[in-house]
Structures are given as C-alpha cells and as structure tokens.
Ligand binder design. Sequence first.
Ligand code: UT7
Length: 337
Amino acid sequence: MAYAARITGTGSAFPERVVTNEDIVTQLAGFGVETTDQWIQERTGIRERRIADENNPAEYNSALGTAAARKALDMAGKTPADIDQIIYATCTPDTKLPSSACWLQQELGAANAWATDINAACSGFVYGVTIADQFIRSGQTKTALVVGAEVLTSINNWEDRSVCILFGDGAGAAIIEQEDPDSTHRILSSHLKSDGSLWEILHVPGGGSRMGMTPQRLIEKLHLVQMNGKEVFKAAVRTLTDFAALALEANSMSLDDLDWFIPHQANYRIIEAVAKRLSLPVEKIIINLDRFGNTSSATVPTALDEAVRAGKIKSGHTILFDVFGAGLTYGSLMLRW
Ligand code: UT7
C-alpha cells in the first residue's frame, strides 16, 4: 500500500428552525391525522429535528454542506485550495444539474478540486469516505472533502404519520488526508454492499426520468418518500448487525477493542436491537437522533463531529461506522482516530 488515509477534520451544520414532536402533532392534526409526542419518542427515540427554510439560501443543501466543510477545514488546518476531491453524498441535491458538489465547490472556493455527488441514500457518507480512501491510498488524491448532507424534508410526506416524524435536515463533513502507510491513525477497513431487489420498501416514485411530474402525480404525492417501515426496520437490524460483525472479523477485533460505534441514526429501536444482537454496551454508541431525527447521509458525520468536539473521541480510539439506506445500500467502516 502506497499510502493510508486519515480523517483530520470534521464539521456539521443544521438549519435554525427546531421542530418538536408537539409541532408535528399540531401539523398532522391539520390533516386530520393523529400522533402523539409519546408515540414518536417511544417508537423512534426522536424528540425534535431541524427543518431547512427553502427561502433562505443559507439553508440550501449545499450551503449547509459548505458550512460543515468550512468547520472541517478549520479543524484540519487546511484551506479550500488544498482540496483535490469533493465527494458529496446526498439524495436531496439542490438541483438536478449541477451537482450539490459543484454548488459547494464554487461557494467554498475549492478551485483545485474535482467534485461529484453520489447517491447511496443514508449510506452515502460511508460510501463517500470509502471512495476517498481508495483515491488517497492509490496516491491520486492528497486531500479529500467528503460531505453527507440532506434536506430530506423536501421529499417528506407531511400527511403520512409513519414517515414524516422521522426525517430532519442537516450536513456533516470530513477532511481526509494522505497518511504514512505504517500509521496506526487511519481508515482500517470498509465493507460495502447493495441489494437493489429491495428498492420498493423505501423509494420516491416520481420526479426522475422514469416518471416526470404532472399536476395529477403531484396531487398523488408521487414525488415524496414511500416507505414500508416494518420491512426497512427488519432489513436494517439484519444488515447493521452483519456488517458490524464483518468489520470486527476483518480487523481481528472483538467488541472490547471498539471504543465507539456510530450507526446510521434512523430509529433508536433499530440501534438498540443491533446493540443487543452484538452484545455491545450502549455506552459505546454515539447518538444524535433524539435532537436531529434521521438526516440520512448526514447522520454519521454529524454524530462523529459532535463526539469529536465534545472530546469523547480521542487520539488512538477505534471507531466503527455502520449504515444502511434506501437501495438498499449498506456497509461498515472501521478507523483509528
Ligand atoms: O433511513 C432509513 C429510513 N427509515 C427507517 O429506518 C424506518 C424503519 N422503520 C421504523 O422506524 C418504524 O417501522 C416506524 C417508526 C416507521 C413505525 O414504527 P412501528 O413500531 O414499526 O409501527 P407500525 O408500522 O408497526 O405501526 C403500528 C401502529 C399502526 O397502527 P395500527 O395499524 O396498529 O392501528 C400505525 O398506523 O402505529 C401506527 N402509527 C402511528 N401511531 C401514532 C404509525 N405511525 C404513527 C405515528 N403516531 N406517528
């Protein structure tokens, strides 16, 4: 191996507006749909989330990504000109053309980078870090910026109580740099997998080239998320458990070797079920779901950033990311801080 890759900076950004469960109770009541704060907390672990204002350019998807990227650059002691490669994981880009990566590039002034979006839904950040790791290890990239950012509420169905309670908006970013191949502070392993045959349990039917939007399709809300919650729940528990085990095995590690587990934050009961199956103590799990809901590709980098800034994650700590998302996509990534 010519080089290793290491995360040297993290950042996150959220919209200002906080929407509590009680706010959602009131909103759904307007459509004649019932829910309660207690149901949402007990069934998901979510108390509140942030929602972007589409009339505020500072809260466009790429603007949140840019704010997160600036903080990550600052932590890494790098400037925008140092970035060679921008991987922007999102399923709710600012526009179909250009990519959110290119919106961010011009806003950040990262003139030396090539930039692209990837869509692996909630697994996007881990897919993005894996791509950056490969480029860095081959010597083609020295400094990469990987962003996971979403304005998921733009595709949220506010009349569907089993969906709209879950999602929130936000952005997380990481600077990844070339590291000595013998360094212990590095990305240790990555395992990715997809199963497109399960597309139907979590998808948005309209708005793409398969089904352009018409007034009738808008009325039918075909541009919004459709989900079979129970099936997603089962697939999530299975894949998260399997891919955590795979990462431990590939690194010849046991749970005792792990300092922190950062899973995709979709539902606290999913995380709890995975922890139980793995016999992982809950104290090792980093959670931000209660305050931000499911922010898709942003959950892992925002949880990571919060834990780094709180001083929980220390040099030498071993961290496991574990994700799943629409597609289905899933995977895990082990690193030493
Ligand atoms: O990034 C991936 C994104 N998606 C996920 O990770 C979703 C994974 N799935 C889940 O998180 C859960 O399945 C949900 C939170 C979506 C639903 O929780 P559940 O415990 O699986 O509920 P359920 O679908 O089995 O529904 C139980 C009952 C139903 O009522 P009936 O048919 O028993 O009368 C639902 O209509 O709960 C009802 N229900 C609600 N009640 C109050 C569903 N949503 C709500 C709600 N408030 N918001």
